[in-house]
Design a protein around this ligand. Structure first.
Ligand SMILES: [Zn+2]
Length: 149
């Protein structure tokens, strides 16, 4: 099994602690090597029936650059603190519209941009990463850069 190198684990913990400090919200972060994307946010019930916000990450397909990881984690953190997640998934006919989903993605990106700026992460590797995964590229770059003007 592939394990997170200890340095990267320390780096991840460092980012998570900054996000806790920044938001005053605790989100559980758990590694899931079967996750088909770098990170994904859920709310699950623990064994006592209490709802727990969780960010799942797949370290195998996560970038190694600290700035990129900080941006990815802050984006997911933003989904949680902005109350974007449903406690119970809605039935298919009540799924959010494209516009609603886009609005949530933009809000999460704005949250990440503010966090990146506040903690003086380097924007350059994040921009390089977004360029390599050019989904909604122009809009995402605009949101990121909006905090640095
Ligand atoms: Zn998102």
């Amino acid at each position: 099994m592939f394990l997170f190198p200890i340095l990267n684990l320390k780096m991840l913990v460092n980012i998570i602690n900054k996000l806790f400090e920044y938001s005053n919200n605790y989100i559980e972060v758990r590694i899931d090597l079967n996750l088909p994307m770098p990170a994904f946010s859920i709310i699950e019930k623990n064994i006592y029936g209490r709802f727990v916000p969780v960010i799942l990450i797949n370290e195998k397909i996560m970038q190694e650059n600290e700035n990129v990881i900080a941006h990815i984690m802050a984006h997911e953190w933003g989904h949680h603190v902005s109350n974007h997640l449903e406690l119970v998934p809605p039935p298919p006919h009540e799924m959010p519209s494209m516009e609603e989903r886009q609005k949530k993605e933009d809000e999460a990106d704005l949250y990440a941009a503010k966090f990146i700026k506040e903690y003086m992460y380097d924007r350059k590797p994040i921009i390089d990463f977004l360029n390599k995964h050019p989904s909604d590229l122009e809009n995402r770059l605009k949101i990121l850069n909006s905090q640095f003007e």
